[in-house]
Structures are given as C-alpha cells and as structure tokens.
Design a protein around this ligand. Sequence first.
Ligand SMILES: NC(=O)c1ccc[n+]([C@@H]2O[C@H](COP(=O)([O-])OP(=O)(O)OC[C@H]3O[C@@H](n4cnc5c(N)ncnc54)[C@H](OP(=O)(O)O)[C@@H]3O)[C@@H](O)[C@H]2O)c1
Length: 411
Amino acid sequence: MPTAIVTGATGILGREIVYELGRHPQEWTTVHALSRSKKDVYPSNIVHNFIDLTADVQEVAKELKDVSADYIFFAAYLLKGSEEDNTKVNGDMLENLFKALEINNAVSHIKRIVLVTGCKQYGVHLGRAKTPMVESDPWLPEPPYPPNFYYRQQRSLHAFSAKHGIEWVVTYPNEVIGFAKGNFMNLAASIGLYAAVHRELGTGGLPFPGGATFYEKFDSLTYSRLHAEFCVWAATAPGAKNQAFNVVNGDVESWSNMWPKLAARYGMTVPGDQFSRPAPDASDVPMADNPPISFLAKALGLQGKTAQSHIEQTIDLAKWSQKPEVQAAWERLAEREGLEKDAFEKATWMFSGFVLGRNFDVIVSMSKARAAGWTGYHDTWESFEKVFDQLESEKILPKAIGRFVGWSMQQ
Ligand SMILES: NC(=O)c1ccc[n+]([C@@H]2O[C@H](COP(=O)([O-])OP(=O)(O)OC[C@H]3O[C@@H](n4cnc5c(N)ncnc54)[C@H](OP(=O)(O)O)[C@@H]3O)[C@@H](O)[C@H]2O)c1
C-alpha cells in the first residue's frame, strides 16, 4: 500500500491533499504531513512532522530521518516581497527537501513526485497571456521577464527526477477557492468579508469592486478540493507521468454571473448603475510593460495589439479596507456575531483587488488533463458556497442571509 509525504500541509492547497489522502486509509496507509505549524486534527493515517524547509539541509535531514514515502506532494510556499526572493526561497525549499532525502538514502522508495505550482507559469501576474493557456505555451524568457520561481522549481524537479529515475507531475492551478485554518489569505474570505461589511454599512447594495472590463470577462478558478483530487489521481495515473497539467474546475465563469449570487447570499442586490455612477475610490494601476502575450505577438499576428494590461478597481479594496467607517462596521459585526477579530485585517485585500481588477480574460484549458484520463469537475459558484459555509463555521464570516434563487428575483 502506498505511502506519501505532503509538504505545505497546513496551506490552502496542501491541507486539502492531506485530507484527500486521509479519506482513503486503505489505499494510503501512512501520510507524512510536513509544515512548521500544526493546525488540524488529522485522520488516523496522517502523521504530522514539524519541519522548516529553509533550515540548514543537515537539520532538515535530521528532522526527516524516519520519513520516507512512495509519493511526494510538494505544496510548501513562502511569499516574499520580490520575484527574485520568491525564486530563491521557494527554489531552495524544494532543493533542500531533495538533498535531505538523498542524505537519508530515502530516494529509492520514491515512485512519483507531484509539484504544485500555478498559472503564474503563463505570467498572469504580469498581464494578459494568450488564451486559452495551454501547457505547451512557451516559458517566458527571464529577462526581459522577471524570474519565475515555478521555472526554477520545475528545472530542479526535472533534474532530480532524471538523476534518480523518478517520475514527476506538475500542477498549474489558477486562483484557489479554498480554506486553511488560521490563514485568511484567500479570495473567498476577502469577498465574503467585503459583502458582509457592505451589508453592515447599510449602503443598500453590493457594488463589484473590480473593473467594469473584467466584470464581463472570463476567469477559470480552482477549488482546492478539486486540485487535491487531481493530485491524488495524477500520482498514479499512467497518462500523467512526467507531465505538467493545468488544474482548474472545468467551467468558465464571469463575475457578472457570480456577483449577484454573492449579493443575494448577504441579502443585497447589485446596484444597476455600479459602473456609471461617480467612483471616488477607483484606482487604475498598470501591470508589466510587456504583457506575456506580447512575447508571442508576431506568431499570433497581434503585433501592435498587445497593450500593457491594467488593474482597474471601481473601489480600491486595499484603500476601502482602511476606511474608518469600514473598520468600525467590521468591529460591530465581529463583536455582535462572535467572529475572528483578526480576519478583516489579515485578509488579502491587495491580492483580491488584483484578481477582480485585471482587464483581461484568464482562460485555462483542461484539454490535456482530459486527454490523459482526468474526468474531475466542480462548479465554481458551488465551490465558493462550500468554502463560504466552511468560513462561517470557523467564525470568519457571519451567517448567510439568503440564497440566489434566479434572475427574476433581481428585477
Ligand atoms: N493560493 C492560491 O490562490 C494559489 C493559486 C495558484 C497557485 N498557488 C501556488 O500553490 C502553491 C501552494 O500555495 P498555497 O496558497 O497553498 O500556500 P499557503 O496557503 O500559503 O501555504 C503554504 C504552506 O507552506 C508551509 N510552509 C511555509 N514555509 C515553510 C517552511 N519554511 N518550511 C516548511 N513549510 C513551510 C506553510 O505551513 P507553515 O507556515 O505551518 O510552515 C503552509 O502549509 C504555491 O506554489 C502557490 O504559488 C496558490
């Protein structure tokens, strides 16, 4: 029966992989969940090991001396202030794990390594990329583009796997709809808090804080549970061997379709004039000079048509979250409903402003995974509802007031 190591076991993506393996104790007899902290009570087949992957490699090897497994899922992640620092720390963490396993003679057990990365692979953090994004799209040259830590991690994975005759898989999830204890850095938490505080402010409606352009454009999101199901499938699926895969829900969504549903959840509607009325709290921030699509402009026949992308917010979320009346409304709400006081301050307003404010489509193809035998699918709005329910039971969001029951209710 196979055994596994999961790094980043307390994170939004790693935690769900631990739980997915935990659901199948007959198949996965022992799962080593690795992280610096422990936040959950795990199923019986999970063993938690405290580890700091940034420590000296001999230290890491010592901590891992009793740990070996058939399959490795790498989902550890440290966010730094620059792409150079992200590349250094996240590349070093992966290589430290590899070196520690070599020191401990634990490499011969390993059958396949699944590395979790993301759609920054295509440069979505820099601006518009070609759509749909397909795994065979060329990697962006560094320079002129900034270093990409996923590229360093993948190069290390390829080299380590080739050296030891191990199989590998890489996943490219897009924005994640998920939950991790004590981690408020997620999109579902921020938009849920934004809606709940709007309700508390009593302004009578729920305006979309992103831009009018993106409201009607398309996005592809990743439910953390779907991603975990994919990782566990890909660890053993013959067709997944030595391949990188996009991992998104399998539907395509727009905020114009989902925002009225979020408003209904908190007993509000979307103001009909949200993009035509004065917008004193708007912001418009240019992204990288050359969006990723400009690298392919000649081949695509788009020369002169690949303008710089922008983050356009009708209500700048980072600034909105700092307003005294907004903070006072949160404090009232948190006090009355017994919510986690820290949640609002720790929520990722900047990240959510970026996700909702981009002025380009983010369409991620699942064709390669489907051709390899993957059949998983989750509806994106239902994924949000499930995570909102979880955030409610963890006292991060207040109880929902309503449910979207159809467009006729919105007239
Ligand atoms: N979240 C998203 O929306 C998203 C979207 C696309 C791609 N991704 C990618 O998915 C990957 C995982 O991200 P995530 O969002 O799941 O991260 P996360 O929620 O921030 O979790 C990071 C995990 O890494 C662990 N960790 C951090 N520093 C560590 C260290 N020094 N030693 C050992 N463990 C350490 C953390 O646990 P402790 O703090 O307890 O150590 C935690 O379990 C990253 O490559 C990320 O770029 C994320």
